[in-house]
Write a protein that binds this ligand. Structure first.
Ligand SMILES: *[C@@H]1O[C@H](CO)[C@@H](O)[C@H](O)[C@H]1NC(C)=O
Ligand SMILES: *[C@@H]1O[C@H](CO)[C@@H](O)[C@H](O)[C@H]1NC(C)=O
Ligand SMILES: *[C@@H]1O[C@H](CO)[C@@H](O)[C@H](O)[C@H]1NC(C)=O
Ligand SMILES: *[C@@H]1O[C@H](CO)[C@@H](O)[C@H](O)[C@H]1NC(C)=O
Ligand SMILES: *[C@@H]1O[C@H](CO)[C@@H](O)[C@H](O)[C@H]1NC(C)=O
Ligand SMILES: *[C@@H]1O[C@H](CO)[C@@H](O)[C@H](O)[C@H]1NC(C)=O
Length: 881
């Protein structure tokens, strides 16, 4: 019984959309998954050390959240290579890709990068996961740790789960800013109670940088001056998002202005203030759903009550997948054909030989197809090639029961056994009965559902997702994308997962030819498979390798109507391939072209992968829709890609948007490999989904490999707390041959919360998050500002004007920007030419009045209907001291 319980608990973890599987109940976080990456060698002591760090961090979190949250239940996932005696059980239902925390070895190629937490949705929203490295977390001398790994853990958890950010300067950001409170340069810090020394390393040792050393012209400290807060005997207790290792720090900054309490410093231009509208970290955290209103009110728990329960799972060394595929084909022949072609690809190219399949297609009562077979067996083949049966949808419940029965016959206690019931249905009815779902839960069968009609499935969708299954509702034109997502879900983080390069529908006129150039980039190794799914008559196809020779082994399946060409890609075949398809008949032909690379990667080489998702921000009315795609080489971002998102409603393309990774608006982090934009052109209610293509149109793709610069060991032995924050080096590796990928998101629902007729312009411009000061002419009192332009609707289109506000008191400007002075047109130097299109960089020079000694600036964009965006981040500078 315990086994079943755990299974269901685990099933709650959804995949493919990052975040959101942790839950809080009575102040305790449950379902927190800490995974140890394969790159880490077996180490029982390390596991013990990790447990201690997490137990201690539970207490730290409890203090920091003002007795409102702690870690109650933590799951570890250890690699399959570790001995089973370290684990409580083997598990197939938890994957590395579902983990909240991933701990890897610094030597792992695929994971090697700076430790970090990846976020995409911005302030107050959860991120993707926490990436940790053994050499950082378990090294007490590391500058981020300094004997307080449990506090570092809470610092990272807050970034990941609550969507707050660093309050110390990140690499590349200014260490100091001009404080309008003090009228001088001040270190970037969360509260002014965080005291310390400004020091500089010179040839004659460490020297103090006094305020008298500030250059009156630039207002800056001499080169190399760094702020070191005192590691202890500090004032105040905040903030965990600043130098968390400091002895006194145990809280998040708040807005309590009681005498003697050091509250949030709103002025410094750190990442937290920039992305969170200069709100305090506790203000953001206490307004997340975990604490909003009176959720999880303060409690008094003892240390022993705060100690988390740990359950250790071990990944299986092999997975024995058992799939019952229930095909409920559509009536129209062309739809039925595509569906069978897609399932043939899904089973034939997508699994290993440990996978067994039963296809439950037409009449189950005669027993045919109800035994598990090899996925390429003659029985499976003939079921898929049987296109002529017209199916009686009323028999569906009995076919589902047959699917459950065939799975139940197998021994479920063998290592790595997994059971999946995959229902592929194009009928417009609710088919999964509660009773059948309960049966699956009891037996540990994960249900998955693809439906090509928009259906009244809302309840079933939730239930299936709770069982860990995938629900895909996409029109039949996107069946291949839906099954690709299912394949990725079933394969978790396995290395040899196939990579999808092209997935497109083509309409070829009589005797027409379609030619595609296909860059095969140097990260790809394995078998290139080109599949051409035709509808009536086979076209002629030629696939040409970069060296000009026609390639590969060709097979035509006349019954399922596809042509498959495959070729092995080795080193010297990277480059531009071409695929030419010619319709040999005088009639129109609908063709689906699929190109995948069946990857055979080693530990030293991983393919560039993509993944896409949608996030709906319900805190706005109407809700806002963010569309995201990541392009990653292991742990390293791939930048400068041309990423296009195509939004579909049923079979209709509603909009195409360019996703950007240039920072600004919805893209909170420049060059992090996550490309973002907002979808604002909704014109119909119902289920939508997005297909994403990744290309290299300008031939300037780069992998940004970021490494921590090791700190010289002599400094490790210096005064505690006087180690500088780590610095990073980014190596830019140009991709030689370009890139091509195709991916898709799950569905999202445009429901009644969107009034599609009442308000013709419901979206204001997006908030500017990257206002910067590019230059100051102090004598002339001219300041050149730059920022990324938002659009007239969030990040789409072109705004009509900017409202720039200024004040001499930065705090007052943040609290009440509209009460501040307005920059008028006559203060703009030169002609601005009006706002640029969304995503472009604005440069504007403002001439400030002679009476000002210094200035704080903020702005917002306004659209043609006078809809105003939120105010940007604030920047400060001075004219005279
Ligand atoms: C199921 O498999 C396990 C492990 O291989 C074995 O010990 C057990 O006897 C099997 N049970 C049945 C009913 O075959
Ligand atoms: C499917 O069912 C829904 C709800 O009953 C209905 O609105 C829709 O028109 C149906 N679609 C088709 C194609 O029959
Ligand atoms: C092109 O490459 C393929 C595969 O490596 C090889 O078999 C063929 O001989 C090459 N053709 C030429 C013209 O070099
Ligand atoms: C991946 O492919 C390589 C090369 O064929 C093979 O050696 C390796 O065992 C495969 N790995 C998995 C997990 O299947
Ligand atoms: C990106 O690709 C699309 C079509 O594939 C093209 O229209 C667009 O101009 C490209 N964008 C850039 C910035 O190259
Ligand atoms: C700046 O404004 C804040 C309130 O907005 C006020 O508390 C503070 O005293 C002001 N500072 C100065 C130097 O006037």
């Amino acid at each position: 019984m315990k086994f079943l319980c755990l299974l269901c608990v685990f099933c709650l973890i959804p995949s493919l959309t990052p975040g959101s599987h942790i839950r809080i109940r009575n102040n305790g976080y449950e379902l927190v998954v800490v995974a140890i990456h394969d790159s880490v060698k077996e180490n029982a002591q390390m596991l013990t050390a990790l447990k201690k760090i997490i137990s201690d961090s539970s207490k730290v979190l409890y203090e920091a959240t003002r007795h409102r949250a702690f870690f109650r239940k933590v799951f570890f996932l250890i690699p399959s290579t570790w001995s089973s005696s370290l684990a409580d059980k083997d598990s197939t239902s938890v994957n590395l890709r579902d983990a909240d925390v991933i701990l890897s070895d610094p030597a792992s190629v695929s994971r090697r990068s700076s430790p970090r937490t990846r976020s995409y949705a911005g302030c107050g929203h959860s991120g993707i996961h926490i990436q940790l490295r053994t050499d950082v977390l378990l090294n007490n001398n590391h500058p981020l740790i300094q004997h307080k790994p449990e506090k570092y853990m809470v610092h990272e958890f807050a970034k990941y789960w609550y969507g707050v950010f660093e309050e110390y300067p990140n690499p590349g950001e200014n260490q100091f800013y001009f404080s309008t409170t003090f009228g001088r340069a001040d270190p970037v810090r969360c509260s002014i109670g965080l005291i310390g020394r400004i020091m500089q390393k010179t040839s004659s040792g460490i020297q103090l940088c006094g305020y008298d050393s500030v250059d009156p012209e630039t207002g800056e400290f001499p080169e190399g001056c760094v702020y070191y807060p005192y590691p202890s005997h500090n004032r105040g207790t905040a903030s965990m998002m600043d130098h968390s290792y400091i002895q006194e720090i145990q809280d998040f900054c708040d807005d309590d202005h009681t005498q003697g309490h050091y509250s949030h410093n709103v002025e410094p231009p750190n990442r937290h203030n920039r992305l969170c509208s200069h709100r305090s970290t506790w203000d953001v955290i206490s307004n997340t759903p975990d604490f909003q209103g009176n959720a999880n009110p303060p409690t008094t728990l003892s240390d022993s009550q705060l100690a988390p329960q740990f359950i250790i799972f071990r990944a299986p060394s092999r997975r024995r997948r058992r799939l019952a595929v229930i095909l409920d084909s559509p009536k129209e022949f062309h739809k039925r054909l595509r569906l069978h072609q897609a399932v043939d690809h899904f089973l034939g190219d997508g699994f290993d030989d440990d996978t067994k399949v039963a296809i439950i297609h037409d009449d189950v009562t005669n027993g045919r197809g109800t035994r598990m077979r090899g996925r390429r067996s003659a029985t499976v083949k003939s079921s898929l090639q049987n296109l002529h049966d017209s199916v009686d949808p009323s028999a569906l419940p009995s076919r589902i029961r047959a699917g459950i029965e065939v799975l139940k016959k197998k021994n479920s206690t063998k290592e790595g056994m997994e059971f999946h019931l995959i229902l592929i249905s194009c009928n417009n009815q609710t088919v999964l009965e509660e009773g059948n779902i309960q049966k699956m839960v009891d037996f540990g069968i994960t249900p998955h559902f693809y439906n090509c009609e928009e259906n009244r499935m809302k309840n079933i969708e939730e239930t299936i997702k709770q069982q860990g299954g995938l629900v895909e509702i996409k029109s039949h034109r996107s069946i291949f994308s839906a099954l690709q997502r299912l394949s990725e879900k079933l394969h978790g983080d396995e290395k040899n997962l196939s990579v999808q390069l092209v997935n497109e529908n083509l309409e070829l006129a009589g005797e027409g030819t379609h030619q595609t150039y296909l860059p095969v980039d140097e990260s790809l190794h394995g078998e290139l498979v080109v599949r051409l799914h035709y509808t009536t008559a086979p076209p002629s196809v030629s696939v040409i390798a970069p060296n000009g020779s026609a390639c590969g082994y060709t097979a035509t399946n006349h019954k399922l109507r596809y042509i498959k060409i495959s070729s092995f890609v080795t080193e010297n075949e990277h480059g531009k391939w071409s695929v030419a398809i010619t319709n040999k008949t005088p009639y129109h032909e609908s063709i689906h072209l699929l190109v995948v690379l069946k990857s055979q990667s080693t530990e030293d080489e991983v393919p560039i992968r993509t993944n896409a998702w949608v996030k709906v921000f319900h805190e706005h009315s109407p809700p806002r829709v963010g569309v995201y795609a990541e392009v990653m080489y292991g742990g390293h971002p791939v930048v400068n890609a041309n990423v296009s998102a195509h939004v579909y409603h049923r079979e209709r393309k509603v909009a195409s948007l360019a996703l950007r990774d240039t920072g600004g608006g919805f893209d909170i982090m420049k060059h992090d490999g996550i490309y973002s934009n907002s979808f604002t052109e909704m014109d119909a209610h119902g289920i939508h989904y997005v297909e994403v293509t990744v290309k290299d149109s300008l031939n300037n793709l780069e992998i940004h490999k970021t490494y921590e610069i090791p700190i010289p060991t002599e400094q490790d032995k210096g005064e505690p707390g006087h180690v500088p924050m780590p610095d990073y080096h980014t190596e830019r590796v140009r991709l030689k041959h370009g890139l091509r990928r195709s991916t898709s998101t799950g569905q999202f629902h445009i429901d009644q919360r969107w009034d599609l007729v009442g308000n013709p312009d419901p979206y204001p411009p997006a908030r500017v998050i990257d206002l910067q000061i590019d230059g100051v002419d102090r004598k002339e009192r001219r300041v050149t500002l730059s920022w990324t332009a938002p659009g007239s609707n969030l990040d789409t289109g072109t705004a009509s004007s900017y409202e720039i506000r200024y004040q001499t008191n930065g705090t007052a400007l943040v609290h009440e920007p509209t009460a501040a002075w307005l920059v008028t047109d006559d203060m703009i130097v030169g002609t601005s030419g009006g706002p640029r299109g969304a995503g472009q960089t604005e440069h504007v020079t403002v001439q400030f009045p002679p009476s000002l000694k210094w200035v704080a600036v903020m702005l917002r964009a306004v659209d043609e209907n006078n809809n105003k965006g939120e105010f940007s981040n604030m920047m400060t500078t001075f004219f005279e001291l």
